[in-house]
Design a binder for this molecule. Structure first.
Ligand SMILES: [Zn+2]
Length: 115
């Protein structure tokens, strides 16, 4: 059965598209939360999402009250993962829209980029 990636519409019959948790299960578990929602993702999107998580998620946060850095709580980590995920989805969709819009025609910038 063919499965389609919900992020980039790539379709695979070879199992390259899988249901993936939005928040990694170990993070959700550590926060005492039920398992995360899942989304169908191809291995490319999955890999890129992991890169986003690595690059954008900070385990520590500056606590203004304590005037020092502290580790985020489990619940804060879940929120962090969710917000990075949402940003990733927006980014993926805007990328798709651009490639779809491109052939539609003359929408050139008429700004003064070139003298
Ligand atoms: Zn994909």
């Amino acid at each position: 059965m063919a499965e389609t990636c919900e992020l980039c519409s790539y379709t695979s019959v070879l199992g390259a598209v899988e249901q993936c948790p939005i928040v990694p299960n170990d993070i959700a578990q550590a926060a005492g939360m039920p398992k995360s929602q899942t989304m169908r993702m191809c291995c490319n999107c999955r890999r890129e999402l992991d890169t986003w998580f690595k690059a954008k998620i900070a385990k520590m946060v500056y606590d203004i009250g304590m005037r020092q850095f502290r580790y985020r709580t489990g619940a804060e980590m879940v929120e962090e993962y969710q917000s990075v995920f949402n940003a990733f989805v927006d980014y993926r969709r805007s990328e798709l829209n651009q490639t779809e819009r491109a052939p539609l025609g003359p929408q050139r910038e008429t700004g003064g980029q070139y003298p």
